[in-house]
Design a protein around this ligand. Structure first.
Ligand SMILES: C[C@@H]1O[C@@H](Oc2ccc([N+](=O)[O-])cc2)[C@@H](O)[C@H](O)[C@@H]1O
Length: 479
């Protein structure tokens, strides 16, 4: 009996061990490995968090934040003889003054990463993307290859990337980095360019070691690549980097990348597409995309001389966000912090207004999917979204985390109709089935509606008791 029991125990334990080993091998055998070709890299399913997030904050911060004149292209504009930039330098700086001399003035003495992160969280952002290095080459992290041209050695004397990454995560958001492939004035890059990109010293000795340093040290969830347009992906070695990123990097399961990886790649390859800047097609797209746009309509970097009429109003901001999400995109909203490390009150105000709106209407934004219709065909200020049930079972890569079962439809409208009646055509056939109820997010009770010649007339609540401002969401549910 004793021997039998012993045998029984041993057989259970060994069966368990065997099972575990077996599972491990099955997992490692079936874990997909990507080959460095766009065809294969394109098969990667989009990590779910990114599609759900919808709203991100984009930060352009660097030595250009010191002159903070014109745009973040200041150095290039100056050197290529742009009239306004040259006049600005002649008037305000001594002859012989170099761009490098701006770096010690990048003081960031008021930079409080927790305060920034808490502002972005209140704005309703789910991810934050910081310029780890723009085209000027100055790194906001202690690059091992950017001697005297990084924020640890000059200016702030701090690891701005590391500090912000920490605070953003403490506030339950994802952290990402913008990273420019090219550097306007890097002599190693310029030599490769001189050689018609037949030599690859710059990617080998600077670009990829730097980006790998970023990935190992900060584990970014987004790599927002830029500055790719002077040459092809073959020079940049983009597909090799991405295969490593997806197969073996510490962020392989969670990271998403955009589409700027060489001539001909934007709008064709990448986890999500930016296509052109401020891209907002107004139509449903068949691949995940992101609308990166600025609150200061004139610049990504801070401009001390921006005027109020150049700043997006809250109405314009909401229109951008709503139309983008309705068409399957994410909104990446850019602001330029100051050289002192502050965020201009006008940007704070716009972000907090967005946050207030999302606190009421976020249900119609976060985690939603595009509906059958986007912009209402009879009413151009109405945009639709919907929520879908989670997919259980096999996940098709086209719709990574949701099924086709619609659980609610949302109509977001950007103007309040003067007669208090919202008219919309595309929702009419659904209401017609008679099983839908309508409520306004943030308000109590159901709304009355009728259908006249194919258009739904929905009676809105008294505007005086409505909680939301600037834009409103109606929720349609069955029963
Ligand atoms: C986010 C922005 O990206 C690039 O600018 C671009 C890049 C691509 C296009 N494009 O494809 O239309 C337009 C502006 C940068 O040059 C600019 O400073 C900023 O960082």
């Amino acid at each position: 009996m004793g021997i039998l029991l012993l045998f029984f125990i041993i057989s259970i334990t060994s069966a368990e061990i065997f099972e575990h080993n077996d599972l491990d091998t099955i997992e490692s055998k079936t874990a997909k490995r990507y080959t460095p070709t766009w065809k294969d890299l394109d098969t990667r399913p989009l990590p779910e968090w990114y599609d759900t997030a919808k709203i991100g904050i984009f930060l352009h911060w660097g030595v250009y934040s010191v002159p903070s004149f014109g745009s973040e292209w200041f150095w290039s504009n100056w050197k290529s003889g742009d009239n306004k930039t040259v006049a600005f330098m002649n008037k305000n700086y001594p002859p012989g003054f170099s761009y490098q001399e701006f770096a010690p003035m990048f003081t960031a003495e008021f930079f409080d990463p927790d305060a920034w992160a808490s502002l972005f969280r209140k704005a309703g952002a789910k991810y934050v993307v910081l310029t780890s290095k723009h085209h000027e080459g100055f790194t906001l992290f202690p690059s091992h290859r950017s001697f005297s041209w990084n924020a640890m050695e000059i200016g702030p004397k701090r690891d701005l990337v590391g500090e912000l990454a920490q605070s953003v995560r403490d506030n339950n958001m994802k952290f990402g980095v913008y990273h420019s492939l090219y550097e306007w004035f890097n002599p190693i890059y310029l030599e490769d360019k001189e050689n018609l990109f037949l030599t690859k010293e710059y990617p080998k000795t600077k670009l990829w070691p730097d980006l790998k340093q970023i990935i190992y040290n900060y584990e970014p969830s987004v790599i927002w690549s830029d500055g790719d347009w002077e040459t092809f992906d073959v020079y940049w070695n983009s597909t090799d980097l991405l295969a490593w990123l997806y197969n073996d990097s510490p962020v392989k399961d969670e990271v998403v990348v955009n589409d700027r990886w060489g001539i001909g790649i934007p709008c064709h390859h990448g986890d999500f597409y930016n296509c052109a800047d401020r891209y907002n097609p107004g139509k449903l797209q068949n691949h995940k995309w992101e609308n990166a746009f600025t609150i200061d309509s004139k610049s990504w970097g801070y401009r001390r001389n921006m005027a109020l009429n150049e700043i997006l109003s809250i109405d314009q901001l909401l229109k951008e966000v709503v139309s983008t999400v309705s068409c399957g995109g994410n909104a990446l909203i850019n602001i330029g912090p100051t050289k002192e490390g502050t965020i201009a009150p006008i940007f704070q105000e716009r972000l907090l207004a967005l946050g207030d709106w999302l606190a009421i209407n976020g249900e119609a934004i976060y985690g939603t999917s595009p509906w059958i219709h986007q912009n209402d065909t009879s009413n151009d200020y109405v945009w639709y979204t919907c929520t879908k049930a989670k997919y259980n079972g096999h996940r098709p890569s086209s719709a990574p985390h949701v099924s086709d079962t619609i659980t609610a439809i949302y109509a977001i409208f950007l103007h309040w109709p003067s007669d208090n009646i919202l008219k919309a055509a595309n929702i009419a056939p659904y209401l017609h089935t008679g099983t839908y109820k309508i409520k306004m997010l943030g308000n109590q009770g159901y709304l009355n509606w009728i259908i006249k010649s194919g258009t739904a007339f929905i009676t809105l609540p008294d505007k005086a008791i409505v909680t939301s401002e600037n834009a409103w969401s109606l929720k349609f549910t069955q029963n």
